[in-house]
Ligand binder design. Sequence first.
Ligand code: GLY
Length: 362
Amino acid sequence: MALQRMNRRRFFMGLAGLGITLPSFRKTGFPRSRQGSGINRPLVVTSNANRFVKEAVTSAAWEALLQGGSPLDAAIKATHVAEMDPRDPSVGYGGDPNEEGFLQLDAAVMNGPDYEAGAVAALENIKTPSSVARLVMERTDHLMLVGKGALKFARLHGFKEEDLLTDEARRHWLEWKESLSERDYYHPPRKRDDRDGGGTINVLVLDAAGDMAGVTSTVGHHFKLVGRVGDSPIIGAGLYVDNDVGAAGATGHGEESIKTCAGFLAVEKMREGMSPLEACRYVCRRVADRHRGKPMFNLKIVALNKRGAYGCCALRGRMDAATKKTVGSGFSVHDADGHRTETGEALLPPMTEEERNAIPWR
Ligand code: GLY
């Protein structure tokens, strides 16, 4: 309680230091930054979570800040919403499994104020890998634990082992398995389940004092090979936070994000003076260039800077039915004006049906 009071005090002192007065508290509980100040703090930005939970995700972070939590507390609380919701096929409990039908989860946390980070990879049977990643950061001298070691560590800290495979995810996996080949003894069902996509979750949080933190959590690629680890738990790829500059996260084809050091590159470009949107665009352009302008996968970058500017750019967009123009995918924001979903930019049009058929299941 005393700590919460202290954090609240710090929040208000942060505002005062910026010359921000507290005119009117909106229903979001925090004051709006003064018009023209160019500062938009606090701020929560997430790569779009599943449609069922996206508002709950940003609101959980906001609520945690209101309660006096740190940016990392807020980012973890928000991530838990997606991790524990069985309707999100890409994150935590209820996510799609690997090729053998069980889940191996990846997560990372990075805390701006002390420049610390923690991660877990290929963690089985634990619903909230982000919390285990945080404990790796706080309670060990290591940065990443994987597989059996990560599970052992989680058990040591009292995490309960649970079966993460829901019936819906099992059916989705079975359909994939049944459809792999026509030269086997399986018959896929005539009517396929249509599991709504979600995507790895990045949560980036900037508090009123200008401190920031980020969390990334994922099941990785649907039906991936056992033991495959993507970019989400790799600091500098799926997530990077520099408290002096900004924070960035990547979702999509993790292998490409790792090769480009996507999160780190975005933050470094902001350090050089780019806006968050320009930095996201830059990373996408770099990846596209490395693939002769025709990447056969998608990657999406979200970023925010210390003043509370933010942006999002994807490599491949989607076709907007009304305007017939390529737009990026949605991402979620929560600031003093409340929660909203915004449309990001996209560098390239969506893949054609022919292109899609030429690549493995994604
Ligand atoms: N970006 C998530 C993954 O590739 O695992």
